[in-house]
Design a protein around this ligand. Structure first.
Ligand code: HEM
Length: 131
């Protein structure tokens, strides 16, 4: 046993670690950028998605049980609160969930984890609706 602070059983490790989380996030924003089905979701974001790609990668890394640098840099951050001022309706939440579901499938990671994460993201996005 090494002195690593990251357990081998975390969803982060099962998914494939840092490179796979990065690929997941890049696939998500690539889809958002390219598929007209996500045009309204895309329009809500800044023209340059570079900072978002880094932030979502960092958030998901810690949230999945990997290194928690994002949480250390955002003390007390609550994902629900961060979205409270945004005009999110059910259709927009469904666009987010759909793009993330497709990005998750593209990782070709463990199907059970992919399904569980897809459901969890769907609940999170649904809980972020503000109108
Ligand atoms: C319900 C549908 C959602 C919509 C419409 C939405 C939209 C947005 C928008 C417009 C931003 C700001 C982007 C910018 O500054 O250009 C943002 C930031 C962010 N969102 Fe979402 N989001 C949704 C769901 C989620 C979910 C489910 C998660 C996490 C699993 C998430 C994680 C993040 C993160 C990490 C940031 C960056 C926060 C920061 O660095 O300050 N979002 N979101």
């Amino acid at each position: 046993m090494t002195s690593s602070t990251v357990s081998a059983d975390t969803p982060f490790e099962v998914l494939g670690g840092g490179p796979v989380v990065r690929r997941l996030v890049d696939a998500f924003y690539d889809l958002m950028d390219a598929d007209p089905a996500y045009a309204r979701l895309r329009a809500l974001h800044a023209p340059d998605l570079t900072a978002m790609r880094d932030s979502l990668t960092g958030f998901l890394t810690g949230w999945l049980g990997g290194p928690r640098d994002w949480f250390a840099a955002h003390p007390g951050a609550c994902m629900m609160s961060l979205h409270r001022a945004m005009p999110i309706d059910a259709a927009l939440a469904a666009q987010w969930t759909s793009a993330m579901g497709r990005a998750l499938a593209a990782t070709e990671a463990d199907p059970e984890l992919v399904e569980a994460l897809g459901e969890t993201f769907g609940r999170m996005a649904g809980g972020m609706t503000t109108r």
